[in-house]
Design a protein around this ligand. Structure first.
Ligand SMILES: [Fe+2]
Length: 308
């Protein structure tokens, strides 16, 4: 089936991949395996897949003294490459990349790759996994001793730190052809793909320097959000935030803190914005920007450990 497109809009359709580096690849391998991803080592690099999906969502390189967000790669349609080439000011490909596609710097100086590829963002609301019918007299809760591991289904979004949220928002909408979903003043902005995507494909939070705040991975049920949290606690990754529910995006969440002070999010039931719907973007009060309910947000939740 041909991917749905918003007519007349030149825009990226997916986050093809995100790429960052860490000091110790072994630590990254332990974290993401415990999280439930299909982690494949390739020399001094890890590639992150979700089980049952052919796409590679992320690459992690071993480099430097601390975690560093390196670049982001967006998926575009074949017929759009010439128009994008005309629109952008090209830069050199990132040295850790395959060099393919088009390259440009975003306003934070981070390289962005535009590469022709399949639309890996959802094109319809993602359905929950079916609930097993439980006969009368049998408990509905899963068995703790025989819990099946939680395995995310796909990468939903990437939230980055930026010194200038409005500037990054303009870049995403005007140059990359995405659309604003919701924002709160100049503190945070959530942005979706014009050709249909989750409520946010990328999002930006204000900080003194660029960085990676969290990546979010869709799971099939509310139960899996809680079981994911438990799975990570059992693996020794005890710090996090949740379980709770966001207002902007509506998803249920649990964020587990990774070894470098950023987060991986289990997300369930995020709002979907179809390719033919104009989402009513709004500016929300700061107290609505983070959550509807859940435990208090940890004090260091929005600390950028890649630079203040
Ligand atoms: Fe998120």
């Amino acid at each position: 089936m041909a991917a749905l497109k918003r007519p007349g809009v030149l825009g990226v359709h997916s986050v093809n991949r995100f790429i960052f580096s860490v000091p110790d690849l072994g630590e990254a391998e332990r974290f993401y395996k415990a999280f439930g991803l299909d982690v494949r080592r390739s020399g001094q690099r890890l590639d992150l897949y979700t089980y049952g999906h052919p796409h590679c969502w992320a690459s992690v390189h071993e480099q430097g003294e601390k975690k560093k967000f390196q670049y982001i790669s967006y998926g575009i349609s074949e017929e759009d490459i010439d128009a994008f080439r005309k629109r952008i000011t090209a830069c050199e490909p990132h040295p850790l990349s395959d060099g393919k596609g088009l390259w440009l710097l975003d306003p934070d100086g981070v390289p962005n790759q535009l590469v022709v590829g399949p639309k890996v963002s959802p094109s319809a609301k993602t359905l929950p996994v079916g609930k097993a019918q439980v006969p009368p007299g049998k408990g509905a809760a899963p068995t703790r001793s025989r819990a099946t591991p939680v395995r995310p289904r796909y990468l939903s979004h990437v939230l980055r730190f930026t010194p200038d949220v409005p500037r990054m928002t303009r870049f995403c909408t005007e140059t990359l052809g995405m659309r604003l979903s919701d924002k709160s003043a100049d503190i945070v902005a959530f942005i979706h793909g014009a050709h249909g995507s989750d409520h946010h494909l990328v999002a930006f939070a204000k900080a003194g320097a660029p960085g990676l705040h969290h990546t979010s991975w869709d799971v099939g049920s509310f139960d899996e959000v809680g079981q994911g949290a438990e799975q990570m606690r059992a693996a020794g990754f005890t710090d996090g935030w949740g379980v709770g529910r966001h207002m902007l995006g509506s998803n249920y969440f649990y964020y587990v803190r990774d070894p470098w002070g950023s987060y991986a999010e289990y997300s369930f039931d995020i709002d979907f914005v179809p390719h033919d719907l104009d989402w009513p973007a709004a500016d929300h009060a700061p107290e609505d920007a983070f959550y509807v309910w859940g435990p208090a947000m940890p004090e260091n939740f929005v600390t950028n450990y890649e630079g203040q």
